[in-house]
Design a protein around this ligand. Structure first.
Ligand code: ADP
Length: 263
């Protein structure tokens, strides 16, 4: 039966007794696939009209002068919102790809140390990162066996978040090192706003935000940590979050030993 997917679990009870549960989850899988396809197609379809709208807004903005200058502000807002929508579509398409396309067998070592320096440099010139201090403590002798684009997008989301949710004079620290289990840890720590405990378990849900207005004001799409979660799952890694409101946060990606290569 090619389309039958079964979920099998076992529970022990009493002395040596066990109960085996077999569930047919084919329908759930099928519905999940329809949902993923729908999101993928819809984001793709939205992109074309948005490109046209952005193009015309650009043209109109070059003709705003004299009597028309009262339109300057509304036009700027329309451009900002179109930009936001574009980010949202890009993130939705990327997330839907991560959810639905199986990972190619990638044996390329990804230079996380070099990427970390690059990200810190980029972030420090970006608006949200300006004025912040970046401390980068990375081990160049360790590389990650993985898919470059995926790894970069996940790590970058964590750095960008640290910038967005930290005051202008904040300190952001990036670490990349081996752990005791022979695996490696990438972590981003900030001394920013922090997150109350009740939110921690829901952070990687799509569109879950602790403070919606702050997230939207900083250009967030609400999909960053969902992307991180999926990239890590595809690399056999896990995400750990330690945070205290008003003190700061540390987001750590823990990669297993078979994903680490040493020079
Ligand atoms: P967003 O685009 O809203 O930043 P994310 O999925 O990246 O979406 O993050 C989800 C929520 O987690 C954010 O809206 C924010 O409330 C919280 N968050 C993420 N990173 C941090 C951080 N470093 N410090 C404080 N809050 C954070």
């Amino acid at each position: 039966l090619p389309h039958l997917t079964l979920s099998i679990s076992m529970t022990f009870f009493g002395a040596g007794n066990r109960l085996i549960f077999v569930r047919n989850i084919s329908k759930i899988r099928h519905l999940e696939k329809i949902r993923q396809d729908f999101i993928g197609n819809m984001s793709h379809e939205l992109r074309t009209p948005l490109t046209v709208i952005k193009g015309y807004l650009e043209v109109i903005s070059t003709h705003i002068e004299g009597e028309n200058s009262r339109w300057e502000r509304p036009l700027l807002q329309m451009q900002e919102q179109a930009e936001r929508m574009e980010h949202l579509i890009t993130d939705l398409m990327w997330l839907s790809r991560l959810e639905s396309v199986p990972q190619e067998d990638s044996n390329t070592p990804v230079a996380v140390a070099a990427i970390s320096r690059e990200m810190a440099e980029e972030a420090s010139v970006h608006r949200a990162g300006q004025g912040k201090i970046f401390e980068v403590n990375v081990d160049d002798s360790i590389s990650l066996i993985g898919e470059f684009k995926e790894v970069r997008s996940a790590l970058n989301n964590l750095v960008v978040n640290a910038c967005k949710y930290t005051d202008d004079d904040g300190v952001i620290r990036i670490d990349w090192r081996l752990n005791d289990a022979g695996g490696a840890i990438f972590s981003v720590s900030d001394n920013g706003f922090g997150i109350a405990e009740e939110h921690l378990s829901r952070l990687t849900e799509r569109f879950y935000r602790v403070d919606t207005s702050r997230s939207i004001a900083t250009g967030g799409t609400g999909l960053g940590l969902a992307i991180v979660k999926h990239v890590l799952m595809r690399h056999g890694a896990e995400l750990q979050v330690c945070s205290e409101e008003g003190v700061g946060s540390t987001f750590s990606c823990i990669f297993p030993a078979n994903r680490v290569s040493r020079q």
